[in-house]
Design a protein around this ligand. Structure first.
Ligand SMILES: Cc1cc2nc3c(=O)[nH]c(=O)nc-3n(C[C@H](O)[C@H](O)[C@H](O)COP(=O)(O)OP(=O)(O)OC[C@H]3O[C@@H](n4cnc5c(N)ncnc54)[C@H](O)[C@@H]3O)c2cc1C
Length: 392
């Protein structure tokens, strides 16, 4: 392979470019990016950046010299709009065509928006540095903030806003947030963190509408009829993978770009990594997307190896892992909570917000969750059953 384009110049794309060079690819390397910023880290956007503890420079994924070392051509601020099915060329918004032998798709995901809220000032989603800068600018200690969606990003935003002195309410349509990911008892433990810190919650109720006056949000009306006044509304109701530009590619697109267990798509010269990749999981028997930092950095290794080999010779070894920092607590989770798995607190106490939980299924440890127990979590994580192995 003499030329490869990486589409999406952020965490997974940058990691793929590093892997390409580290694994000996000496040909032409092109990075295409929608954003104009050099690759940066997103997790601090809802945490230290929103709190004003770090600035944009501190988020850079690499020094300028690291980027230079890639000896890549950077085409940024110019999104890919099409991947040609006939000749494999990537077309950019500017009209430029990038003709290459191989492609790594790393276009990530975009937050879902509430329909009908376009053009209303004070309504935010949080994915990019620019989103975070806009939100930070608007937050004052007097702000009344409503966070819609109590997943991890919503919870982190609520935590940061409350730390900044804002009056915060979190709204979640599900009876308990994160219940599918963590199971009932542990989802309840996460939900209680809000109340511990004076943040109001409204769970099990949907949003009926956004209230506004003169183009500025003034509140949120719930399906129960309750109206929550707000100067700032943050919508954290999940993301959709950025696959629109692949409509004509002939690749299988479902919830993301369908690929095998080694990150290779329907075509052996096209790989997909990070939040956009829907990866087949042989031990689960189905394909999933992972929206976590660790997967975006781990997947490129095998995907690049397979791309350069021209066939899948290695599977990902990326047991799902994520962390979240909320209200001064570090939450860590690894594994997959399979249907029927039972949660058991094995160290510490939920009441103290310091504990380690095992999820066990048919005698196997399939997942672990920790609150403020990083060492115990690290040990337990290594014991998670790999397919075919039984936990000690
Ligand atoms: C606020 C926030 C906090 C987070 N906190 C945590 C955390 O605490 N722990 C954790 O595990 N994970 C966290 N995550 C998730 C983690 O950051 C993501 O999983 C990771 O960024 C995924 O990397 P990616 O490169 O696949 O996608 P992205 O980071 O989304 O990068 C994709 C890039 O592709 C670009 N792009 C999109 N379409 C095109 C196109 N057509 N052409 C060219 N470029 C395009 C995008 O603009 C973007 O720059 C957080 C995410 C956010 C947003």
């Amino acid at each position: 392979m003499r030329s490869i384009a990486v589409i999406g110049a952020s965490l997974a794309g940058y990691s793929a470019a590093q892997q390409l060079r580290a694994q000996g690819f000496g040909g032409r390397l092109v990075l295409v990016g929608d954003e104009v910023h050099p690759p940066y880290d997103r997790p601090p956007l809802s945490k230290d950046f929103l709190l004003g503890k770090v600035d944009a420079d501190a988020l850079a994924l690499g020094e300028k010299s690291d980027l230079d070392d890639l000896e890549a051509q950077w085409l940024v601020g110019d999104p890919a709009v099409r991947l040609s099915r006939t000749d494999g060329a990537v077309e950019l918004l500017s009209g430029e065509r990038v003709g290459v032998d191989g492609v790594v798709i790393a276009t990530g995901a975009t937050p879902r928006r509430l329909p009908g809220t376009e053009g209303i000032a004070g309504i935010h989603t949080l994915r990019t540095l620019d989103d975070a800068a806009r939100l930070r600018e608007q937050l004052t200690s007097a702000s009344r903030v409503v966070v819609i969606g109590a997943g991890f990003i919503g919870a982190e935003v609520a935590s940061s806003c409350s730390y900044l002195g804002a009056d915060v309410t979190v709204v979640e349509a599900a009876e308990l947030p994160l219940v599918h990911a963590l199971g009932r008892s542990m989802a309840a433990a996460c939900a209680e963190l809000h109340g511990d810190h004076g943040v109001r919650t409204r769970f099990g109720v949907g949003v009926a509408g956004i209230l506004s006056a003169a183009g500025q949000v003034t509140g949120v009306r719930l399906a129960s009829g309750e109206e929550l006044p707000a100067d700032v509304v943050v919508v954290g109701i999940g993301v959709r993978p950025n696959t629109g530009w692949l409509a004509d590619s002939g690749l299988t697109i479902e919830d993301g770009v369908r690929c095998d267990a080694g990150g290779i798509t329907d075509l052996p010269n096209i790989a997909a990594v990070g939040d956009v990749a829907q990866v087949h999981r042989p031990h689960l028997g189905y394909a999933t997307r992972t929206e976590h930092w660790a997967a975006a950095t781990a997947q490129p290794r095998a995907a690049v190896r397979n791309l350069l080999a021209g066939t899948t010779v290695e599977h990902h070894d990326d047991t799902p892992y994520f962390w979240s920092d909320q209200y001064g607590s570090r939450i860590q989770f690894a594994g997959s909570v399979t249907p029927g798995a039972q949660a058991r607190v094995v160290e510490g106490d939920v009441e103290d917000r310091s504990f380690l939980t095992h999820y066990e299924h048919e005698g196997r440890l399939v997942a672990v969750l920790a609150f403020n127990q990083p060492k115990a979590f690290g040990r337990a994580r290594r014991q998670i059953a790999k397919p075919g192995l039984v936990a000690a």
